[in-house]
Design a protein around this ligand. Structure first.
Ligand SMILES: C[S@@+](CC[C@H](N)C(=O)[O-])C[C@H]1O[C@@H](n2cnc3c(N)ncnc32)[C@H](O)[C@@H]1O
Length: 445
């Protein structure tokens, strides 16, 4: 059912597509052949950032936002999204950004955490055309952008998909402020929420129960969304913010928390308290760092660590010059520490099954990952969903009784084109995977 006040169902073309969808094999993937993984081309956010230099400042995504389609904020009768004081993420309803309240325009506010609201957001959305195409014909309803960031993907989706409204989530209130400014032209098609996607199921249930975002008034609490998008990792603005400690390129206290309103451990605590073994494991797994043990040993010997520069110099000194790869040797260590500080892999492991459960029939989940640890989680969660956990030998009919309600939209992962990487080097490590719910939780009629 289309929720009251939300855009109506798209045309019959979409319905035909959905009928076709039901006829396809739930376990099959039909849009693209398996792509060979190129692990050597994978680069961390930070090294891509370094490669980009200032280039992204010149790349605008204006053509995909509401204003580019001939609307101004007032013409679109936008309700300005204003950030109330952010509550704890557990109390998600208190952290809602109500769309019905008027407040000062974000541009009139002072800089937050090194980010100036009036500045055009510097984050260039990755694989944005592919993302929009994947959501173009999903059923009318709510799309959850679980990593709304500066709202680049959300703006493109809202502009291209009139049947969709967006519930945008981010754990970083500074990112939400940028999203609010960027998406204000879309009025009440957007609700922004300060929350972690690790709480996705309860965040959606609470938002719907609170009646914010015009959720359907009937139907299951689960299977209510038309799409879920995850664009993982950190944004360019987070990396570039000089005081946040995400990058070896800025001298700053070792912080790296995406949500500074929470009392969680920052990078300084993590680096000064973890055992040498733990550090080495993170660097090896998340940072894929060949010299993980050596770096961990140097850190433990040099404690206490306080600044990004200290960490960067320690890493540099731990890796023989001849063994240094392209980019700064600290980039992968910074990535590994950031992942540990923000529990990124745990968040993702919990969020993926929750996202798949939330999808209504024909709804799609799209994930863009930027390093192999993330991508492995996505690949295995999607494979499990698309096979229903079937244990039967490949190529033979299923006799184990597994039932799948999802299908992969293509095999393997889509990668950005060479042209996109040239425009936006941060995209170089991106891997996009997508899955669709083909059968409703109530079973076929
Ligand atoms: C790559 S950026 C997204 C950029 C966005 N797609 C755009 O076009 O502007 C990733 C965002 O996800 C947020 N994030 C990361 N982990 C999160 C989590 N567990 N829950 C909610 N937000 C998260 C970060 O704060 C960051 O703003």
């Amino acid at each position: 059912m289309v929720p009251r006040g939300w855009p109506q169902r798209a045309n019959g073309c979409e319905l035909n597509d959905r009928a076709g969808t039901r006829a396809r094999r739930a376990r099959g993937a039909d849009e693209a052949p398996e792509e060979k993984r190129d692990s050597t081309s994978e680069r961390s956010d930070d090294s891509a950032q370094e490669a980009r230099g200032t280039a992204n400042a010149t790349h605008s995504t204006d053509s995909t936002d509401g204003k580019a389609h001939g609307r101004t904020a007032s013409q679109a009768s936008a309700r300005i999204l204003r950030s109330p004081p952010t509550g704890s993420v557990e109390d998600s309803s208190s952290a809602l950004f109500p769309t019905g309240r008027q407040g000062p325009t974000p541009q009139s506010t002072t800089p937050i955490g090194g980010l100036r609201m009036s500045r055009a957001p510097g984050h260039v959305p990755v694989l944005v055309e592919e993302v929009v195409a994947l959501f173009a014909r999903v059923p009318a309803g709510v799309l959850v952008d679980a990593t709304v960031g500066a709202g680049g993907h959300a703006a493109a989706i809202l502009a291209a998909c009139p049947q969709l409204a967006v519930l945008g989530i981010d754990r970083d209130p500074e990112a939400l402020a940028l999203a609010a400014a960027r998406l204000e032209g879309f009025g009440d098609r957007v609700v922004l929420l300060h929350a972690r996607f690790g709480d996705l199921g309860s965040v959606v249930a609470d938002a719907r129960a609170a009646g914010r975002g015009r959720w359907p008034t009937t139907g299951e609490v689960s299977t209510v969304v038309s799409g879920v998008l995850f664009d993982l990792g950190v944004s360019s603005m987070q990396l570039e913010a000089p005081d946040r400690g995400f990058s070896y390129r800025h001298e700053a206290p070792l912080d790296m928390r995406m949500d500074r309103t929470r009392a969680g451990r920052d990078a300084m605590a993590v680096l000064n308290e973890a055992s040498e073994g733990e550090l080495a494991r993170w660097f090896a797994a998340s940072g894929e760092q060949r010299f993980a043990r050596r770096i961990a040993r140097s850190i433990v010997a040099a404690r206490p660590l306080v600044t990004t520069t200290q960490l960067a110099e320690l890493v540099e000194g731990s890796i023989p010059a001849a063994q240094r790869r392209r980019g700064h040797p600290a980039s992968r260590v910074f990535q590994a520490v950031r992942i540990a500080v923000n529990d990124e892999l745990e968040e993702l492991s919990g969020a993926l099954p929750a996202a798949l459960d939330l999808l209504g029939e024909g709804g799609r989940c799209v994930v863009i990952a930027y390093h192999s640890g993330e991508d492995r989680l996505v690949k295995s969660a999607f494979a499990l969903a698309a096979t229903g956990g079937c244990q039967c030998p490949p190529g033979l009919p299923c006799v184990c009784g597994a039932r799948s309600v999802h299908r992969l939209l293509f095999r393997g992962a889509k990668k950005p084109s060479a042209a996109e990487i040239a425009r936006n080097p941060r995209a170089s490590s991106a891997r996009l995977r997508a899955i669709e719910r083909v059968v409703s939780s109530r079973g076929p009629d």
